[in-house]
Ligand binder design. Structure first.
Ligand SMILES: Cc1cc2nc3c(=O)[nH]c(=O)nc-3n(C[C@H](O)[C@H](O)[C@H](O)COP(=O)(O)OP(=O)(O)OC[C@H]3O[C@@H](n4cnc5c(N)ncnc54)[C@H](O)[C@@H]3O)c2cc1C
Length: 396
């Protein structure tokens, strides 16, 4: 049972290669039910390592090394279709895939030839694990407030002092893409991106337990010394590296939310069809049908918004970030409601620990927070309203 909707895939947003990829991804997920079971029973760090390796061996990550044949994060529709399939099958598999892509993308887009050669083959093979670290306790939504300092020494090396918070893959990563303050200018203009191997002396990781267990933690840097070649992209361009990445990946968060929501909907539909009540089934009750219909409507709307945003990104549209923001807000908020409705329709069975809907209930929540929380993105969307109106008036 796969996530993708063939009617949506048939739209001109996708081409035949995407349709083939969706079919393959869905079939692969269906063939790995034992892996998903074992993932849920394993320690999250061990599960994360195994999933990255397995995805690498199966070719899911091949696009992270564009020197090799295969799609790459430039094809955002492919990334979205993969996230949707994996999220439908198993949250940690989507997590493993997405954080690997999130950390490889700045290296692909801004890395030197040497940096790409050093890291991308391992990230694409799943033999190395990546992480992306921008957030701090006092700099979450406000990226320009990043305080972790990277001071340049006389020999050109950088010395990192400070902390990062809420970092996915923190406890299992081999390399971190870190945004730090190098001071070329004030606020956002004084940040740079650096590549930090996890075994660099002075870097310590503290695990954090999250509602849905996964590799997650804080990083602390104390007199952590990096060579000048650790700089990723140009000095003072770290904010651009971070925003470029997040604007692209927000659409993929919407795609993952779609996978979660479709799983919740399928589970609720199967349950209400089977559950006998009042001499018929739950599905025969009008209010139950109403909830299931609302789920179907929002699934359809989310899938269209994700497809449109990914298509706008792939064709290089100047307004892709606005579409990405709208797709993330809509799909994640709708998925939260759909998962909640699924729990409601299952009744007590919906909250049994480690049942499908109970897991989804814990897993969906953070998607409305990371990579731009709903409120922050709504502010950004509101910021573009006057420009949109002016464009409509000019076109009239
Ligand atoms: C599961 C998970 C994984 C994560 N992984 C990573 C990772 O790999 N790397 C990384 O760097 N970070 C990661 N993060 C951190 C994430 O990016 C931040 O949590 C997010 O940016 C919000 O920052 P904050 O938590 O500090 O919340 P705050 O910035 O304190 O915001 C809290 C709330 O205040 C409101 N708010 C804040 N600013 C505004 C505004 N301008 N307008 C309107 N309302 C506003 C919103 O309601 C917002 O949700 C992860 C977080 C989670 C939950």
């Amino acid at each position: 049972m796969t996530s993708h909707d063939p009617e949506i895939l048939g739209l001109p947003f996708y081409d035949d290669a995407h349709r083939a990829l969706a079919a393959e991804a869905g079939a692969w997920c269906d063939a790995h039910l034992v892996l998903w079971e074992e993932t849920r029973e394993a320690d999250p760090d061990a599960a994360g390592r195994r999933l990255v390796r397995t995805l690498g061996e199966a070719g899911w990550l091949a696009g992270l090394n564009p020197a090799e044949p295969g799609d790459h994060p430039g094809d955002l529709r492919a990334v979205c279709l993969r996230r949707e399939a994996l999220a439908y099958a198993e949250d940690l598999a989507d997590f493993a895939y997405s954080i690997q892509a999130l950390s490889a993308t700045p290296i692909i887009r801004f890395g030197s030839e040497r940096q790409r050669a050093d890291w991308l083959p391992g990230l694409a093979a799943g033999t190395l694990i990546g992480a992306f670290a921008v957030s701090e306790k006092e700099a979450g939504s406000d990226l320009a407030a990043v305080a972790l300092s990277a001071t340049k020494d006389a020999d050109g090396s950088y010395v990192l002092d400070g902390r990062k918070a809420w970092i996915a893959n923190a406890t299992i990563a081999d390399v971190f893409v870190v945004i730090a303050r190098t001071g070329e200018g004030p606020g956002a203009l004084g940040l740079s991106a650096l590549l930090v191997p996890a075994d660099t002396p002075g870097l310590r990781v503290e695990p954090v337990d999250a509602t849905a267990p996964r590799s997650f933690g804080q990083l602390s840097f104390e007199d952590c010394r990096l060579p000048a070649e650790a700089l990723l992209g140009r000095p003072g361009r770290g904010f651009v590296v971070a925003v470029d990445l997040l604007e692209r990946f927000r659409t993929t968060v919407g795609a993952a939310a779609l996978g979660f929501a479709r799983r919740a909907h399928d589970t609720a539909l199967a349950h209400t069809r089977a559950r006998e009540a009042y001499g018929a089934t739950l599905f025969d009750l009008q209010l139950v049908k109403g909830r299931l219909a609302d789920m179907e409507i929002t699934l359809n709307a989310s899938a269209l918004m994700v497809a449109r945003a990914a298509w706008e990104t792939d064709r290089g549209s100047r307004s892709f970030a606005r579409h990405s923001n709208m797709a993330k807000v809509y799909a994640t908020e709708a998925a939260q409601r759909t998962v909640d409705d699924a729990v409601q329709l299952l009744g007590a069975a919906g909250i049994v620990r480690d049942g499908v809907t109970e897991r989804l209930y814990r897993q969906i929540r953070s998607l409305r927070i990371y990579e731009g929380s709903t409120d922050v993105l709504r502010m950004a969307i509101a910021g573009s309203l006057d420009m949109r109106r002016a464009a409509r008036v000019a076109a009239a």
